[in-house]
Design a protein around this ligand. Structure first.
Ligand code: AMP
Length: 122
């Protein structure tokens, strides 16, 4: 599978469509999910063109990998939901077909601001 440059998150990264930005640095962009599933529902995406977590793990540089993991923590702290300054949250990445991934650019969902509930439903 090759990376689709026209996926919606690629367009957000290129600023072709807007987002409600939470945080940005050299490695990540974070913004609110357009269809929130919990009180707080943020997305954290790497700036590089990676389809999913497996593509990222195999092809991203060590700096990019550290940058994404650090980015999740930075965003959680910024939102006040981290284990350090809040009550915690769920970080979730859907991967490919069985994972239910809809947008083919790697992203972590951060759910918080309330109890998140069962780990897997349906
Ligand atoms: P996934 O099923 O893991 O690929 O999740 C894709 C997520 O992207 C969904 O939760 C959508 O609500 C969200 N989404 C789709 N388009 C946008 C957008 N333009 N801005 C913010 N979030 C979006």
């Amino acid at each position: 599978m090759t990376y689709d440059n026209n996926n919606i998150f690629a367009k957000i990264l290129r600023k072709e469509i807007p987002c409600k930005k939470i945080y940005e640095d050299d490695f990540v962009l974070s913004f609110y999910d357009i269809n929130p599933q919990k009180k707080i529902h943020a997305l954290v995406i790497p700036k590089g063109s990676y389809i999913n977590l497996d593509d990222f793990s195999e092809n991203a540089s060590p700096e990019e990998i550290v940058g994404l993991i650090k980015g999740v923590n930075t965003v959680a702290k910024k939102l006040g939901i981290s284990a350090i300054n809040g009550k915690g949250y769920r970080a979730l990445a859907n991967i490919s077909e069985h994972g239910g991934q809809e947008v083919p650019h790697l992203h972590f969902h951060l759910f918080g601001g309330e109890k998140v509930g069962k780990m897997v439903s349906e």
